[in-house]
Each structure stands twice: as structure tokens, then as C-alpha cells.
Design a protein around this ligand. Structure first.
Ligand code: PNW
Length: 444
């Protein structure tokens, strides 16, 4: 069964940050620091999904999706990042899981979508080699309760973005600006992934994945300096996170004057344990030229000549086909089935006078990308799922509530949900072209 779904993340939708015994996460801390988030906004309430989840499950049931990618908030399970499970936290996800099953929606749970318990950050966070072990302990607690009913697990969401935005540039929590000194955050997240895979397997988890943010890299020209820069960018963005998981080795970084000193014997064996799928988040391609600033081996020139989203990101549907076909040719038989675990766009969608949100640009975006995915499948890539980012307009990290990615409009003053035109479009697409059972690809 091909999985058609929507994706969200705990801190972006839940709110209820002091309820059910939840501890403090790095995003609670970060959003309270002046100047970090647009308009000084926080995820304290967000979409109030912590209280309104039955309504959100009903929205998904009406949409006709057969899967939902949610994330579990680590500080709800271990408020201090270690120790026994907080039962109230597990109870929340337990109820949600059962409600999804009642509506025929398979839960796909991400264990880490960037909301680290603050107590662990205080001990160095992902710069500390102990954190991967804490992560595996947390994964075990969640799996002990839910592995019998959650058929698909994603260890990490976009370790690249968490490393770069959170630790190299400081635009996301925890707000560290270490530039290339952030590299241990890559390895420690991946080690955490490997240890969590083992913990999940020991508890009978059915399907286990990691989700990487991937981008096709376009050199700005055929000039050897531009080609070398594009190769460097591809190495840091894509290969640094896919190679160790799929091939059991890191790409060579020595040309950029950096080494991963924190890798120890046995780490890569854990990190490369076989997976049931690779989660891929795709938003846009990247155009790269020779470096113009000291310290970085490339310059991101921006892709021009395409429509742009509300975020200003270029809309290049064929980039998804290029990415998927490229993964297949780079990794060959080492590439497990692929799930597109996020794809979507922000638009400044507001209800018209009639209350309708007529987001034609999102419909065009989704249609183009789903067509590109079908094309990649026709070219032989084993793709088994597609999740729209996002079900709901939500807290878009450093941009606060200014970037709306939802199929469903949320009025953040009242919490009111209004399905957009794209919601109705996606429902029709799933109902007609979508929910094909193709037995050759069925995991059961
Ligand atoms: C992803 N970039 O983040 C995340 O998984 C989501 O939580 C987020 O809401 C969504 O994409 C939209 O931004 C990204 O700048 C953040 O390349 C930044 C980038 C890519 C993905």
C-alpha cells in the first residue's frame, strides 16, 4: 500500500508546553531569548493540538490519508532527558495512536524533530557523546509502550538542518554559531540514530527509517571552481548524512580542512544498521558557486528563473524527480525504499470574504511534485510514500507564525481550522490517482 499522508512536528503544533508533566525543551528556552524568533512568538500554544487533536484526526480522516507522520516530544516522555518515562506523556501519544488506527490512519512517529530536553542541552546537547545514549534510552521507553501499534518509526528529522541552523549558524535552537566546529553534532546525531535503531529493533519495531533533508545541487557553471564548490556542498548537505547510514562510511572531508575526530571504532557499524526505508524531505534544489567568503568552501547563489514560495524558495518540481533518481544512481542496491516524508510550500494564505482559502499556488506546487514523484517511480525508484508538509499552518521555527505551510488554515488567535482549497484538491488526488495498492511494493 502506497502511503499518502501529512506531516507535522510536536513543537510546531502541540502547545500545552507546561501540561502533562512536560519538561522544558531547547525551543522553549530559545523562543524566550529576545530577537531569536520573528515577532517574539513561541510555541506555547501553537495550534493547540495538545487539546484539539481529536479534531485534527477527524480532519485527516476526512482528507482520506492512510498515514500521518507525527513527532514525539522527548521532554513529554523524559522531562529531564533521562530517567523513567513520564506516563502522562506516553498516554498522550497512546491515545492519539489509537484514534488514528480507529480511522484507518497508520502513525509514522519521528522520535527527534529538534525539541531536545533543555536539561541535556545544559550538559552540551548533541556536542556531548552521552546524548546519543540518552536518545536510545528515550527511544526504548517510547517503543516499550507503542512499538506494537506504531508501524513506522523515524529516528531523526533532518540532522543536517539541526546541525547547520541550530549549531553552525545559530538561527534555530539551541542557537549556537560554531560554523564548521558544529560537525560533531552530525556524528552524535547519527550515533544516536544507530543506537535508537538497535533499541527499536529489540522491541519489535516493524519499519525503521531516518529522515534526511536532501537537495539536488546545481553548479553555477562548468567552471572547475564552481564544480568543486558544488561537490563540496553536496558532500556536506547530502552525503555527510546519507553515506554513513547507507554505506557505512563518511565522505572524505579533508579537502575542506575538517576531520570528524569524534568517530570511534564501532560507531559506523551501529550507524549503518540496515533500514527499512530512507525518509527524504525535499523542498528545492540549491545552486552553488565558488566560495566568496573566508571559511566556507562554497557560495549559495540562489536558484533563479522559477516561481517562488512565500518563503522565497524556488519552486522546481522536477528537482524531486532528479533527487530520487540521483539517490538511486548514487547508492544503487544500498538504497532502501524511499518515503518522501516532507514536501510542501508556504504561501501567505488568508481566508477571502467568503471564508474560503483559495491557495491555487499550493495546488500547483503539490501537483507538480506528485507528478515528479510518479515520474521517478516510472524511472525505477522504489518510492513508497508521500507526506505533505503540513497538515496545519503552524509554528515555523525562527519565522514564528508568518509562514503558512498547511493544507488547513489555522487562525492562531482562536485556533479555528479551515481546510484550504489544496486540502480538497489533495483529497481528490488521493481518491482518484492515489491510494493504489501495488502488491509488488507492499511491505506485508
Ligand atoms: C523542515 N532550509 O525544515 C522541517 O522538517 C520542518 O519542521 C519545517 O517546518 C519545514 O521543513 C519547512 O521549513 C527546514 O532552509 C528548515 O533549507 C529549513 C530548511 C529546510 C528545511
Amino acid at each position: 500500500m502506497f502511503l499518502w499522508g501529512t506531516a507535522t512536528a510536536s513543537y510546531q503544533i502541540e502547545g500545552g508546553v507546561t501540561e502533562g508533566g512536560r519538561g522544558v525543551s531547547i525551543w522553549d528556552t530559545f523562543t524566550r531569548e529576545p530577537g531569536r524568533v520573528r515577532d517574539g512568538r513561541t510555541g506555547d500554544v501553537a495550534c493547540d493540538h495538545y487539546h484539539r487533536w481529536p479534531e485534527d484526526v477527524a480532519l485527516m480522516a476526512d482528507l482520506g490519508v492512510n498515514s500521518y507522520r507525527l513527532s514525539i516530544a522527548w521532554p513529554r516522555i523524559q522531562p529531564e532527558g533521562r530517567g523513567p518515562a513520564n506516563q502522562a506523556g506516553l498516554d498522550f501519544y497512546d491515545r492519539l495512536t489509537d484514534a488514528l488506527h480507529e480511522r484507518g490512519i497508520l502513525p509514522a512517529a519521528t522520535l527527534f524533530h529538534w525539541d531536545l530536553p533543555q536539561a541535556l542541552e545544559d550538559e552540551g546537547g548533541w556536542l556531548n557523546r552521552d546524548t546519543p545514549h540518552r536518545f536510545a534510552e528515550y527511544a526504548a521507553l517510547v517503543a516499550d509502550r507503542l512499538a506494537d501499534r506504531i508501524p513506522m518509526w523515524i529516528t531523526l528529522n533532518e540532522p543536517f538542518v539541526h546541525m547547520v541552523y541550530g549549531h553552525a549558524l545559530g538561527a534555530h535552537a539551541p542557537g549556537r554559531a560554531l560554523l564548521l566546529d558544529a560537525l560533531p553534532v552530525a556524528h552524535h546525531q547519527l550515533l544516536g540514530h544507530g543506537l535508537a535503531v538497535r533499541a527499536l529493533r529489540e522491541r519489535g519495531a516493524e519499519r525503521v527509517l531516518i529522515t534526511n533533508n536532501c537537495t539536488p545541487v546545481w553548479p553555477a557553471s562548468d567552471d572547475p571552481a564552481d564544480l568543486a564548490a558544488a561537490d563540496a556542498y553536496d558532500t556536506l548537505h547530502n552525503r555527510l548524512f546519507n553515506d554513513p547510514v547507507l554505506l557505512g562510511s563518511y565522505p572524505d572531508l579533508s579537502a575542506y580542512g575538517v576531520t570528524l575526530d569524534c568517530v570511534r571504532d564501532g560507531d559506523l557499524d551501529l550507524i549503518s544498521a540496515p533500514l527499512d526505508g530512507l525518509g527524504v524531505n525535499y523542498y528545492n534544489p540549491t545552486r552553488i558557486a565558488a566560495p566568496t567568503t573566508e571559511g566556507l568552501p562554497f557560495t549559495d547563489t540562489g536558484v533563479t528563473g522559477h516561481p517562488t514560495t512565500g518563503f522565497g524558495w524556488p519552486v522546481v518540481p522536477d528537482g524531486l524527480r532528479e533527487l530520487l533518481v540521483g539517490l538511486r544512481s548514487r547508492y544503487g542496491d544500498a538504497l532502501p525504499p524511499v518515503y518522501v516524508t516532507e514536501n510542501g510550500c508556504s504561501q501567505p494564505d488568508l481566508p477571502g470574504p467568503d471564508g474560503v482559502v483559495d491557495d491555487q499556488a499550493r495546488i500547483a506546487y503539490l501537483e507538480g511534485h506528485i507528478d515528479a514523484l510518479e515520474q521517478a517511480r516510472a524511472e525505477g525508484v522504489d518510492v513508497r510514500g508521500y507526506y505533505v508538509w503540513s497538515l496545519l499552518d503552524n509554528f515555523e521555527w525562527a519565522e514564528g507564525f508568518t509562514q503558512r505551510f498547511g493544507l488547513v488554515h489555522v487562525d492562531f488567535a482562536t485556533g479555528k481550522r479551515t481546510p484550504k482549497a489544496s486540502y480538497h484538491w489533495f483529497r481528490d488526488r488521493i481518491a482518484t490517482g492515489g491510494d493504489r495498492s501495488d502488491d509488488a511494493n507492499s511491505p506485508h
